[in-house]
Write a protein that binds this ligand. Structure first.
Ligand SMILES: [Fe+2]
Length: 211
């Protein structure tokens, strides 16, 4: 049984936000590549944007922030107090690319994905454990959002292209820099967790796995 608390919300973005995100002109990638375009907005209004205009980023924050904060308060009330900034990343996954099973970094308080385009693709797949027991797909539907708050042992997930078309999503996360406080809330060892997150990209490069 999958022991993961999550939320699925259809028609998550306003029509305006969904439309401007779906019509972005992104750099071409090959079938087996993945490319992220990163945009951030801080509590004090400061922005860092790559593929979005400042106006669009502010509009997104106004459309989404209250909804996301209330989900976080429901899923992990203690973590909600650590909120510092939001990620609004556009991620394009090549049709033949697949990202391995992972649980998400400790700096993500609330992890979210909103499916953008095309009409049909593969949704996020969640699992009972790191080895991929009991896979369950959150079915793809445009403007459907899927949210969870990571934990060390329950939030196993992966994603991939469907072999026919590239997959474009908005990855929307509520973030903190206070990762020590996150570990205290989760009751996990800070140094071990930081070490694992440091070493994972190398393990992934050679073994296509995370630990
Ligand atoms: Fe993830």
């Amino acid at each position: 049984m999958i022991d993961m608390k999550y939320k699925i919300i259809d028609n998550f973005l306003s029509e305006t936000c969904f439309n401007f995100l779906s019509s972005l002109k992104l750099k071409k990638i090959s079938d087996d590549e993945i490319l992220g375009h990163h945009n951030q907005i801080y509590k004090d209004g400061k922005t860092k944007a790559t593929c979005l205009s400042k106006e669009n980023l502010i509009e997104l924050q106004e459309d989404c922030h209250a909804k996301a904060m209330s989900l976080l308060k429901e899923l992990s009330p203690k973590k909600a107090e650590l909120y510092e900034y939001s990620d609004f990343n556009i991620i394009e996954t090549g049709k033949n690319y697949s990202f391995p099973i992972h649980r998400d970094h400790i700096n993500k308080l609330l992890s979210g994905v909103v499916y953008l385009k095309p009409d049909v693709n593969t949704g996020t797949i969640i699992y009972e454990d790191q080895k991929g027991k009991n896979p369950f797909e959150i079915p793809w539907k445009k403007n459907r959002a899927f949210f969870f708050s990571r934990t060390e042992r329950t939030t196993w997930h992966s994603y991939k292209g469907d072999g026919k078309n590239n997959r474009i999503v908005l990855v929307y996360n509520l973030m903190t820099r206070d990762t020590k406080a996150v570990c205290d809330i989760e009751g996990i060892n800070y140094n071990l967790t930081k070490f694992r997150e440091f070493i994972n990209p190398y393990i992934y490069r050679f073994f296509k796995k995370n630990f």
